[in-house]
Design a protein around this ligand. Structure first.
Ligand SMILES: [Zn+2]
Length: 134
């Protein structure tokens, strides 16, 4: 397949001299020049532009973006683990049902590396119930 082929006029585009783009003269049905030119770039502006946009659309993730995505994922896992551990404590009758929410928050803080000495006993209990440190 020719690279600069005009499928509309079934002829080849060419570029020479001071021509800025590939083009070909448009001829009438009898093959006489009409004095008009068919410009290759004009025909391709839309698809080329669309292709360019879609190529640019997914912005490259920087290291910071990945770190942030990682942080959010880890946060969500931590939250889930914290809730599970609080529920386990409740099932084991270590905490009352209504404390699950606040205890889960405590575990979350613990998993984040925050200092939660007042609740360390509960964390020990959770570990006994099979909670693992990540
Ligand atoms: Zn043409």
């Amino acid at each position: 397949m020719a690279e600069h082929w005009c499928s509309e006029h079934e002829t080849v585009f060419f570029k020479r001299g001071k021509m800025k783009t590939f083009a070909h003269p448009i001829k009438d049905e009898e093959g006489n020049s009409t004095g008009e030119w068919c410009n290759e770039a004009e025909q391709e502006i839309e698809p080329a532009g669309t292709r360019g946009q879609s190529r640019q659309k997914p912005p490259a993730m920087s290291k910071d973006d990945w770190a942030e995505k990682d942080r959010i994922t880890r946060k969500s896992i931590e939250r889930q683990q914290s809730l599970e551990q609080a529920v386990n404590l409740c099932i084991a009758n270590k905490i009352p049902l209504e404390k699950i929410g606040s205890i889960a928050k405590t575990f979350e803080a613990y998993l984040e590396g925050k200092d939660v000495p007042a609740k360390s006993k509960l964390i020990d209990e959770a570990k006994k119930l099979g909670a693992t440190e990540s």
